[in-house]
Design a protein around this ligand. Structure first.
Ligand code: TEU
Length: 500
């Protein structure tokens, strides 16, 4: 299981109210106790923070707000000493407009890095095509100095790199090598599908003209680029991995990004993150994903929350019992589950007043600071950059760790069950017949077998069972170790192990 840390919201140790690398280091004990295998750090590189680090101005320097390279090396050493792998967030599609490459590119039409970005003449007095940006508005900004438009699928402060230019490929491979040489175990690759573009930059079809490209852009030129990127990782000892953020809507569109085992090692599957609270929809999407990812190279990835989306407990109506059922499913599916820091505490989104909102994508609520104890500062050295999430004071890491029946202990028990069962961490997945409102499946690996039964409805349900099963983990406390009689509590789930 991999655990996403949004560093500025994790733990502040130097009093500036922004989480930092030393805070991540201090949190390693929590991760080890929980049973995390590795962490993905959202960007910590030098950045003007227009998009809170996803606008990188120097890929090989740590932004001072987080610390420095020596501090990062200490974190990496401690994480490795704890058996944790560390993935950095690599942002290949765009840089900050204050990156030296772009500063030079915009300085002159003859600049050496001019073609490292997309510069085009306008059309009919406007931008070169009808592309829209992810944070609203058009995906082009006019630059008067050189009399052309430049492309940015996100903010104007995030100009898109032109990966058709060999200089970009070489420079960005160099960035990967800089961190791989330092010993990082791999990368999460931000909107990596967008690096492939048709050089003619054709208009979006009329039906899509008002949408941004993030969820629809799927150009074949991405695949040779991904093979080149994979070759860089494969040139290093130790299995260095890359998990790609590919925002395409259905799993069948994700499968090509694994290539023939020579492109991405893993690809985020957001189909459950986008699903409503409905057992039938979850079953359909898992079946669809299993059917699409049939290649042995296409190892699935499941995720319910991240730094771009309202937290799933908030999405499920603020119900902790639903978050517990969701965790039971997430941590027993085939593939690698990703957790988003704080979901193990059952955090809700913070209610951020208009005046305190800072994110251009309206995502502040899911980025609220993580509370570590019930003291006045909740473990933080400074006043956090965003408001605390609700229930702070009784919902924090220390308080939940002291309560065996808490959702935190449920995550820990599920991760331990996953680790000790080959069926759960490496076995097959098969849907089981279940009553309406119940998602049920079997996991098998040789002699090792598990079943998971999850009741999405509030009413208790009696399920068919061939007997001979024990409750290994129950989403609601007090069920562990009991023989299973087919009864499921309302909004409750069980992981079953053979009784014999
Ligand atoms: O996200 C891409 C993406 O799909 C989201 O930005 C989505 O379009 C947005 O959340 C809608 O509000 C990645 C990063 O995860 C995100 O934090 C960055 O803002 C974005 O890319 C640009 O780097």
């Amino acid at each position: 299981m991999l655990y996403q840390i949004y560093p500025r919201s994790f733990l502040d140790t130097d009093g500036d109210g922004v989480g930092d690398i030393e805070g991540v280091r201090a949190g390693l004990d929590h991760l080890r106790w929980l049973g995390v295998d590795g962490v993905w750090l959202s960007p910590i590189y030098r950045s003007p923070m227009a998009d809170f680090g996803y606008d990188v101005s120097d890929h090989c320097a740590i932004d001072p707000v987080f610390g420095d390279l020596e501090g990062f090396d200490r974190l990496l050493g401690d994480a490795h000493a704890s058996g944790l792998r560390v993935l950095l967030d690599w942002v290949p599609n765009h840089t900050s407009d204050r990156h030296r490459w772009f500063v030079e590119s915009r300085s002159s039409r003859d600049a050496a890095t001019r073609e490292w970005y997309f510069w085009r003449d306008g059309r009919d007095g406007g931008p070169p095509n009808n592309w829209r940006a992810a944070f609203g508005g058009r995906a082009w900004t006019w630059d008067g100095a050189t009399g052309q438009w430049y492309l940015h699928l996100f903010l104007p402060e995030q100009p898109d790199l032109n990966w058709a230019h060999p200089g970009v490929v070489e420079a960005m491979h160099g960035v990967l090598r800089f961190w791989l040489d330092r010993g990082v175990d791999g990368f999460r690759a931000d909107v990596v599908h967008l690096i492939g573009k048709d050089p003619t930059l054709p208009d979006q079809p009329r039906a899509l003209a008002e949408t941004d490209l993030v969820g629809v852009h799927d150009h074949p030129s991405a695949h040779p680029l991904l093979r080149g990127i994979r070759a860089v990782l494969d040139s290093y000892q130790g299995d260095r991995v890359m998990v790609g953020e590919v925002n395409l809507g259905t799993p069948v569109l994700l499968a090509p990004y694994y290539g023939a085992g020579d492109e991405l090692h893993m690809v985020f599957n957001f189909s459950l993150l986008w699903a409503s609270w409905d057992a039938g929809q979850w079953a359909e999407r898992i079946v669809e994903s299993e059917a699409a990812l049939t290649s042995p190279d296409a190892w699935p990835v499941w995720v319910l929350s991240n730094h771009d989306t309202p937290r799933h407990r908030t999405r499920y109506g603020g119900r902790e019992d639903r978050a517990r059922v969701a965790a039971t499913v997430l941590l027993t599916l085939r593939g690698t589950p990703f957790l988003y820091a704080g979901e193990e505490l059952g955090l809700l989104d913070a209610d951020v007043p208009e005046a305190a909102r800072v994110d251009p994508g309206g995502r502040d609520g899911c980025r609220a600071p993580i509370p570590w104890d019930d003291g006045p500062g909740h473990g933080w050295a400074g006043v956090p950059w965003l408001p605390w999430p609700p229930e702070v004071g009784e919902r924090d890491a220390a308080t939940l760790r002291a309560d065996e029946g808490s959702i935190l202990h449920l995550y820990r028990r599920l991760l331990a069950a996953r680790r000790r069962s080959e069926a759960l961490h490496a076995g097959t997945w098969r849907l089981l017949d279940a009553p309406p409102g119940v998602l049920a499946y079997a996991r098998e690996a040789g002699e090792d077998r598990r079943q998971v039964w999850a009741n999405f409805g509030d009413e208790p349900v009696v399920c068919p069972t061939d007997g001979g099963w024990l409750v290994e983990v129950g989403s609601l406390d007090g069920e562990r170790g009991l023989a299973w009689d087919g009864r499921l509590r309302g909004t409750g789930a069980v992981v079953l192990a053979p009784a014999g």
